[in-house]
Ligand binder design. Sequence first.
Ligand code: FES
Length: 161
Amino acid sequence: MEVSKIDGIIRQYGARESAILAILQDIQAEEKYLPREALEHLGETLHIPINKIYRIATFYRAFSLTPRGRHEIHVCVGTACHVRGAQRVVDQLSTELGVRPEETTSDRNFSLGTVNCLGVCASGPVVAIDGEYFGKMSPVKIEGTLKKFRSDKKEELNGKN
Ligand code: FES
């Protein structure tokens, strides 16, 4: 992440230590993770010890210290979804993407994760991709569901050529 970008985010919040959470959220949103260089620059600029920044970054689940994918997949493994076969959905996604839960694909297109409830238990098993819910999921529906997000990537790549 470019230093000028980090400085721009810091300036938005008046370079205040009290804004550290908001600044980290913006960096996370921009980069899909918190790069080490960005945290070091933040510490130097705001005069916050780096270990304090790491403590905050590792405390909140919303932050990641490793690169995340463009698309965030969350499979609900709460009780209602579990009894309807959520684990089979997780296994199929792992096979399709070649990653385990909490990992990101090597092309950084997808991150796979699990959650304990998405609040729509009657529709289980539920998968959320970038906040969009897909209910009554089964292993056979995975490929079709991922297709939309895979073609997003192709369109983006074609747009760059
Ligand atoms: S347990 Fe899966 S949505 Fe509630």
